[in-house]
Design a binder for this molecule. Structure first.
Ligand SMILES: NC(=O)c1ccc[n+]([C@@H]2O[C@H](COP(=O)([O-])OP(=O)(O)OC[C@H]3O[C@@H](n4cnc5c(N)ncnc54)[C@H](OP(=O)(O)O)[C@@H]3O)[C@@H](O)[C@H]2O)c1
Length: 302
């Protein structure tokens, strides 16, 4: 198991940073970002860069934590969003197939239009509402069409103690403002980046075991991976700053009072049944996970 070569793309992102720490015991990890000053770097906007890094490294497992994630900006930068979220995953899938490597790729609840009234399963019809969701869907479809060994992990509402996310924004605004207005009619499942990484590592550990009874190809597919339970941004904000020294007044507002360039699904809760049944992982409730995340901040910002 320890001889597996793992190529981790984007160790600077929310999920990538946590993955870098979670997968070390699973093999020999090479973490590659897009900083051209680094000895090895990869630019997902450049197909040649992707091919040359993979052909040089010859990994057994590729973890793609990179994406174009600026949901609103994507409406104006659709070409770049499609290149990074659609074309790059197709090249990763082709190269993985050639090497018989396992590709682990992340996708999003924004592939759905939010019209469901019960948690989305992996087989529910997709209908993205914006460029970001559509470009991520293009990535999913390319990987699925190419085939081989792959896991597409659809997640949602990611937060953590690093990067750009709702939790850090609320903590910052709570220090600066006496009143916050937060959207209360979009429903989803806040998901800690560390939970995504630990669940991924747990799955990889199983698949790496010589005793694992199923061929990886048979498991290739899309899996939802979020915290369990559901809430809205307003309730999430209240939970985030419940124990803060500064306690601003938080007011619920409808989506129409917070206009943004990209439309979001009003309901994007994902069902975790498939991943739980397939890999035997119990996922925590979002509020319990949030408390763990906040507690980890009290100890240190590791
Ligand atoms: N954030 C969410 O709420 C959310 C929700 C659902 C699904 N997802 C999906 O989950 C995955 C992880 O998201 P995240 O929140 O961890 O993302 P993130 O924090 O925005 O990080 C994105 C990473 O991608 C890298 N990157 C961007 N363009 C690149 C390029 N051209 N070449 C190489 N690397 C590039 C960034 O590098 P730099 O550090 O150099 O910029 C960064 O490390 C993504 O697939 C995303 O679509 C995210």
């Amino acid at each position: 198991m320890s001889s597996k070569k793992i190529l981790l793309i984007a160790p600077t992102g929310q999920v990538g940073w946590e993955l870098h720490r979670c997968v070390q015991t699973l093999g020999q990890v090479l973490a590659v970002g897009r900083n051209p000053k680094a000895q090895v770097f990869i630019d997902l906007a450049d197909p040649d860069s992707i091919r040359s890094v993979i052909r040089e490294v010859k990994p057994d497992i590729i973890l793609n934590a990179a994406a174009y994630t600026a949901v609103d900006k994507a409406e104006k930068e659709s070409e770049l969003a499609y290149t990074i979220n659609g074309t790059a995953p197709s090249i990763l899938a082709e190269e993985s197939l050639r090497l018989q490597a396992l590709l682990v790729h992340y996708s999003t609840d924004y592939v759905f239009d939010g019209s469901n009234d019960k948690p989305y399963t992996e087989d529910d019809p997709v209908n993205p509402m914006g460029i970001y969701g559509a470009s991520k869907l293009a990535g999913e479809q390319a990987i699925t069409a190419i085939g081989g060994k792959y896991l597409i992990l659809r997640t949602a509402w990611i937060y953590g103690l690093r990067g750009n996310n709702f939790l850090l924004t609320m903590q910052k605004l709570a220090k600066e403002r006496p009143e916050l207005k937060v959207v209360a009619d979009q429903i989803g499942s806040p998901t800690w980046s560390r939970m995504i990484a630990t669940a991924t590592a747990h799955i990889l550990a199983q698949l790496n075991s010589p005793l694992y009874p199923v061929e990886i190809e048979e498991l290739s597919g899309i899996y939802n991976l979020t915290c369990n339970g559901q809430t809205n941004w307003y309730e999430f904000a209240k939970s985030i700053i419940a124990k803060n020294y500064n306690q601003p007044n938080i007011l619920p507002i409808p989506t129409k009072d917070y206009p943004a360039p990209a439309k979001r699904p009003m309901y994007s809760v994902l069902s975790n049944d498939k991943i739980t049944k397939t890999f035997g992982i119990e996922l925590p409730d979002w509020d319990k996970c949030l408390q763990l995340c906040l507690a980890s901040d009290l100890n240190n910002k590791i």
